[in-house]
Design a protein around this ligand. Structure first.
Ligand code: AHM
Ligand code: MG
Length: 331
């Protein structure tokens, strides 16, 4: 039952025993993410007032222009997790290589690693449109106490222990799953506390919204073009409408609440798709599945893709079960 007076901190303590591997470590880790999220939220909200919008002049490993807030959020999440000594390794969209905390703290005995997109949809920052943070948590595969290895990060999405996102929108929300349903918490900015606002979130089985960057239409594979036409045709009273923010967290969040499908296909420019498997698609796919939806690359469930690269990309289709199945009929 939803109790809107319950804080995220209280919820984590209350549900600790239902976590798959309950030692308190995962709870502390989610608490650290909560803290960093509040700090980043404070900065995102000041954008426009302080000198934090715009580009840094540098590019990240994906040859994308880094925004000042990208860098700020990346530093805050990494510093919070390192300083609180709560993980053994971190991989980030903004870092070429993963970080092994054991190189910093030789006594590190932690078993979790985190993959994070610290500020997703950052092209929206300068124009006051919602952005988000996406995170994915795994148990390490290598021996506790040793340096983490690439293989600790290249795990199937299916093996995630927890995943979540923060949406810096009209209100700021933290949504996460530990494989036991999806819960959402809304920040009361006056007192800096997240409250349990959404219990056991579920995606409607069918929806009306399709979300895709139609500016790339000519580059889409045939089945995606056909699906878009299917959504646009008037016959059979198909009442579809298009909504696209260009911020994965926001587009997914809306579709999860209202019912819909999000599509980011391969294009000529990005033949493997644009979105990154490990810290964008896998966590969203885990949440999507936990909420009753489907996430696929068109041929394979996202959570069953074997990763080969830290910054691997994939085509991504996710959302309401019926809509994803309708799309797959055109393949
Ligand atoms: P980013 O990680 O560089 O911010 O890029 C990811 C974002 C997603 O949030 C969004 O779904 C997509 O890029 C939008 O891309 P496009 O502008 O090509 O439609
Ligand atoms: Mg991103």
């Amino acid at each position: 039952m939803l109790n809107k007076n319950l804080t995220l901190g209280e919820f984590i303590i209350k549900n600790q025993s239902s976590f798959k591997y309950s030692s308190g470590e995962l709870s502390s880790l989610i608490n650290s993410i909560r803290l960093a999220a509040k700090i980043v939220n404070h900065e995102v909200n000041k954008a426009g007032l302080v000198d934090i919008i715009g580009e840094t002049g540098d590019e990240n490993i994906q040859s994308e222009k880094q925004q000042k807030l990208d860098v700020y959020a990346n530093n805050k999440f990494i510093k919070t997790l390192v300083n609180r000594n709560i993980v053994c390794g971190i991989a980030s969209e903004e870092e070429e290589n993963f970080i092994s905390i054991n190189s910093i703290d030789k006594k590190n005995q932690n078993k979790y690693i985190v993959l994070i997109d610290p500020l997703d949809g950052s092209s929206n920052i300068d124009v006051n449109v919602s952005v988000g943070t996406i995170f994915s948590i795994y148990r390490r595969k290598s021996k506790i106490g040793s340096e983490v290895e690439l293989n600790d990060f290249l795990q199937f999405g299916r093996d995630q222990v927890a995943a979540g996102y923060i949406i810096y929108g009209t209100s700021t929300m933290l949504v996460y799953t530990t494989g036991n349903g999806v819960n959402g918490f809304t920040l009361n900015p006056a007192i800096g506390t997240f409250y349990h606002s959404h219990s056991n979130l579920s995606i409607p089985k069918d929806g009306k919204i399709y979300s895709i960057n139609e500016g790339n239409y000519l580059q889409f594979p045939e089945f995606v073009k056909k699906y878009i036409k299917f959504c646009q045709e008037e016959k059979n009273e198909r009442p579809y409408t298009s909504r696209y923010i260009g911020s994965l967290v926001s587009d997914f969040h809306r579709n999860m609440i209202k019912g819909g499908i999000f599509l980011y296909p391969q294009t000529l420019k990005n033949p493997n798709g644009k979105l990154r498997l490990l810290y964008e698609c896998n966590p969203i796919a885990f949440i999507c599945e936990q909420a009753g939806g489907i996430a696929t690359n068109g041929y394979k469930n996202i959570l069953d893709i074997e990763p080969e690269l830290l910054h691997q990309r994939t085509p991504f289709y996710c959302g309401s079960e019926k809509m994803v199945k309708d799309l797959q009929k055109f393949i």
